[in-house]
Ligand binder design. Sequence first.
Ligand code: WTA
Length: 631
Amino acid sequence: MTLTDQSRAETYARSLADPDAFWLDQAQRLDWITAPTKAGDWSFDEKDFHVRWFDDGVLNVSANCIDRHLESRADQVAIVWEPDDPAEDPRRYTYAELHREVCRFANVLKARGVAKGDRVTIYMPMIPEAAFALLACARIGAVHSVVFGGFSADALANRMEDCGSSVVVTADEGRRGGKRVALKACVDEAAQIFAGIETVIVVRATGADVAMQDGRDVWYDDAAATVDTDCAPEPMAAEDPLFILYTSGSTGKPKGVVHSTGGYLLWAALTHQTVFDYRAPEVFWCAADVGWVTGHSYIVYGPLANGATTLMYEGVPNWPTASRIWEVVDRHQVATLYTAPTALRALMKEGDDFVTRTSRKSLRLLGSVGEPINPEAWRWYHDIVGEGRCPVMDTWWQTETGGHMITPTPDMMLKPGSATLPFYGIEPKLLDGDGRELTGEAEGNLVIMRSWPGQMRGVWGDEQRHFETYFRTFPGVYTTGDGARRDADGYYWITGRVDDVINVSGHRMGTAEVESALVLHTAVAEAAVVGMPHDVKGQGIYAYVTVNAGVDADDALVKTLRDWVRHEIGPIATPDAIQFAPGLPKTRSGKIMRRILRKIAEGDVSSLGDTSTLADPEVVEHLVANRVSSG
Ligand code: WTA
């Protein structure tokens, strides 16, 4: 079905006017063991806070993503995998083969004692076995927690400890852009930090020689050879957790965002179908990593629930050349490409030839996600990549929302740089700093007035933190942490985070996390981290560092600290610029004035605003005079 502006507006109006009828009707896109009789049951009030959807429904996610397609599309390709090295052959799995692989994986987990409700950590490269592992967990009712393969041993250990996960699925090594990533070695290091790691299932990906510890480590191949290729899907309540995914916030450690079984799957399936106007068996390519929510919802769950052919790509956009993405599009006749602005900006810099020397005739639709897309990148995507014939879906959403929230659908009027209008059931508002609603054309804090099926259900192990993070600032509504502008047509333009979260190449990073990593180093007395504009990454990481007495604040220390953060968190957290500061601007009560630090990092020193409340105004002059450019 193709949507017109008219039908989108009508359907949207219906979704808000009679949500129960609308959502019970939508729920029929899933296969239920017991169909739900209830839609949303929720309250954002502190006294009675709860969020439940389809509460009496029973289903299994892997049965929805695999088994129910076997009758009509057993021989259709479910997953096509493009390896890092273009000289290697792709791998393809039909739905029938996917069924066998997932059942086998599920039985391997069971044989290692994994049961319903247990947390299984997945620390994998972008290989088909990563998808099998997710679906295998879903099949037996285990809760998966995927940790991006670029995170450090420390980050992995912390996340496993936080959710009490004793089992991790990994690979000997990963490959990205011709380089090897030592995943198993990282797990070994994590096991030194978190003693609760009892089982390590290792997929042979590169064939590298890795250390195996007797009793704890097992090769997946060996285990898989001994199990059955059938495994009955576990009936799950709609509200049972499907997965945990750690994400950064403005304070403290990353939090484990919990998603549900029924509501989440419906949201992923409905948005994938509607926003991309998906038509099976077209090839759908979401070029994210399965370690992020985008990979969960639009590589695995949404597409497979819709019987799609989903493409998984192991490598990076610009290797071996800046043509790689378009060559993959041609090789697999991709109809829809869904990627991040940061990749587009990087490729745009290389010149149009890399694009125009490929065909791209199969492309019908383009998508963007992860950060605001600047109109220049939007136009390049639309005009050069899509040759003006492919609408660009700029989808705004978050780990917490499970799927698209403010997004166009293909037949709508588009504006470069605007995520356009709210999706079905989503009622956004803009509030000023005091929580007053702003009407008409306005800019303010973006909040969501009511629950939707894909909404996160909690922060693992910390109910209070869930409420405090999203429902305290503005009572009775979900606070997104983003700012937005609404234009005269009611279109939304996301302006970026309004909290201390920065968006580096579409990856969320808490400034507090980078600060904690920096102060762990013995040379560092104090650190403050802010975002700065970066022409490819969107935002870069700018760190102000005060060193301990007697420490030389020199270039060697800059390198040491950058390597340190890489090792503590992972390469995506590496500061782009480090400025040594004898002191940081603080109020008389000792609070760091981040607003000023942001301005200096942006190079916008003409409008520092009122600095008279500072304990020591000279600190600012010193910072301005010694600002560093990235590198
Ligand atoms: C930002 C990724 C502008 C936003 C799906 C949000 C966007 C954060 C867009 C969530 C977009 C995501 N336009 N900004 N189309 N999509 N963002 O949790 O700041 O990794 O709050 O989820 O990315 O990042 P997360």
